[in-house]
Design a protein around this ligand. Structure first.
Ligand code: UP5
Ligand code: MG
Length: 215
């Protein structure tokens, strides 16, 4: 997909851009390397979801020639910090709009990972149906990321960046999960088993929330 430029600053709005009747948004959260992207691929295949990874959109914007945010995004990602929300929210909104005018099912992977993003997206882009949360201990995630780092080319798949990503996840992103949990909007899946076994749990979670496989 061609990267789209964020149109900034986003104007303040009273109602979300996309109506939850036509646009189904499911947030996919979990620590770095928990398997969000891996499981999203299964859901795209079987449930007709569109997959939007906030990290992938930021990396595409970082590499886009002429982007005024390129260097900033690069620095934030290497440090495992959360890029200022205006950039990410606008990239996501543009990407949703670019797919069928925003109608359909969307997995928003790796977002929202800070409270301000969660409030802003729900209020001005589209309220989410629920959050699929992958629970995974740090030692398992570390092993997966170090392994992936041998071939991924990702600037943050190294020990130092991984440590910083974990810190941000615990301090900044877990409060978002707790916020949605209080609203009864989180389904937790243990992510330690094999990808196929984890997917069996994911399918149960989707069923619980009223999402059926496509025919
Ligand atoms: N793997 C997957 N599942 C497995 C299983 N069950 N058993 C064994 N191995 C398994 O998987 C990671 C690796 O593990 C792969 O090699 C896979 O084969 C294997 P993957 O599915 O890629 O895990 P995922 O959870 O997607 O890991 P990722 O590294 O993408 O998570 P992050 O949340 O760290 O990365 P993201 O791209 O979302 O964000 C990167 C950075 O962008 C952030 O740190 C931040 O700086 C920035 N960002 C923002 O600033 N704002 C945002 O809103 C979002 C991101
Ligand atoms: Mg990912």
């Amino acid at each position: 997909m061609a990267p789209t430029s964020p149109r900034l600053p986003a104007p303040p709005k009273d109602t979300p851009t996309f109506s939850p009747e036509k646009t189904s948004v499911v947030y996919v959260l979990g620590g770095p390397g928990a398997g969000k992207g891996t499981q999203c691929a299964n859901l795209v295949r079987d449930y007709g979801f569109n997959h939007l990874s906030a990290g992938d959109l930021l990396r595409a914007e970082q590499d886009r020639e002429g982007s005024e945010f390129g260097q900033m995004i690069k620095d934030y990602i290497k440090d495992g910090k959360i890029v200022p929300m205006e950039v990410t929210v606008q990239l996501l909104e543009n990407a949703i709009q670019d797919i069928n005018g925003g109608e359909g099912r969307f997995l928003i992977d790796g977002f929202p990972r800070k409270m301000d993003q969660a409030l802003k997206f729900d209020e001005s882009v589209c309220p989410s149906k629920f959050t699929l949360f992958f629970d995974c201990p740090e030692d398992v995630m570390t092993e997966r990321l170090i392994n992936r780092g041998k071939t991924s080319g990702r600037a943050d798949d190294n020990e130092e960046s991984i440590r910083k990503r974990f810190k941000t996840f615990v301090e900044t992103s877990m409060p978002v999960v707790e916020h949605f949990e209080k609203q009864g909007k989180v389904v937790k899946v243990m992510a330690t088993k094999s990808p196929d076994e984890v997917y069996e749990e994911v399918k149960k979670a989707m069923g619980q929330r009223g999402f059926q496989m496509k025919q």
